[in-house]
Design a protein around this ligand. Structure first.
Ligand code: 13P
Length: 251
């Protein structure tokens, strides 16, 4: 059976002291509670090791928000998957629309990053999603299919089984404009069918598919009630414990 997950993506927010305070606050809020989902926080590289050191990593998984497309060497400023794994992080967010748009990450680059993440024991949280013009042109299904096929479909079924997907319509990210739960369910079901056609029903049924894009305490319950929506990847609302906890508790 697939896991439900609520994951935060802090993006380029919080100084180290602020990030540590946020992580400790979440850790405190989860004490004595057993959420019905796995909880993950995605933090800037600079915070990973210190965050992992101050939380109960059995309760909260730590994710990087990116990793390099090279294993090691003369790549000034880059952070490898091995380095991420050495901090205690267990996950890495890859293919976020902000990285595709602003840092020109292509399906081919992302394929390399996914392979390096898996080779270093990290679980990729792989983001896909269409921009507004693509949705309005009715192309959202083919866009997400191409993103999945372009970066993931060379994986063995065993390796694909380690991937978490996050459907994040770009028009819903940071805009306050959430996809309706029916829109999310429709495309999540489509994604699962695409996975089933390639890897079979069992692999598809076991794949966790998160929704991301203006998910908050007010809409999480409705979104997570849909059979193919297995949780959320949360941006803005993951930056405050009192906004993030109700999303975790929406399961
Ligand atoms: P918001 O929740 O701020 O819309 O961001 C979503 C997102 O991009 C998570 O990766």
């Amino acid at each position: 059976m697939r896991k439900n997950i609520v994951a935060g993506n802090w993006k380029m927010n919080t100084t180290l002291p602020e990030g540590l305070a946020l992580a400790k606050g979440l850790n405190e809020a989860l004490k004595g509670k057993t959420p019905n989902c796995d909880v993950i926080i995605g933090t800037p590289f600079t915070h990973l090791a210190s965050v992992a050191a101050v939380i109960d990593t059995n309760k909260i998984g730590v994710a990087a928000e990116n990793c390099a497309d090279q294993a090691a060497g003369a790549y000034t400023g880059e952070v490898s998957a091995a380095m991420v794994a050495s901090t205690g992080a267990k996950y890495v967010i890859l293919g976020h629309s902000e990285r595709r748009a602003y840092y020109h990450e292509t399906p081919e680059i992302l394929k390399t990053k996914v392979n390096l993440a898996l080779a270093n024991g990290l679980t990729p949280i792989f983001c896909i999603g269409e921009v507004l013009e693509e949705r309005e042109a009715g192309k959202h299904f083919e866009v997400v299919d191409a993103q999945i096929k372009g970066s993931l479909f060379d994986l063995s079924a065993e390796d694909f089984g380690k991937i978490v997907l996050a459907y994040e319509p770009v028009w819903a990210i940071g805009t306050g404009k959430t996809a309706t739960s029916d829109q999310a369910e429709e495309i999540h079901a489509h994604i699962r069918a695409t996975l089933a056609a390639k890897y079979g029903k069992e692999v598809a049924d076991n794949c966790t598919i998160l929704y991301g894009g203006s998910c908050n305490a007010g809409n999480a319950k409705e979104l997570f009630s849909k059979p193919n929506v297995d949780g959320g990847l949360i941006g803005g609302a993951s930056l405050a414990v009192d906004k993030f906890m109700p999303i975790i508790e929406a399961f």
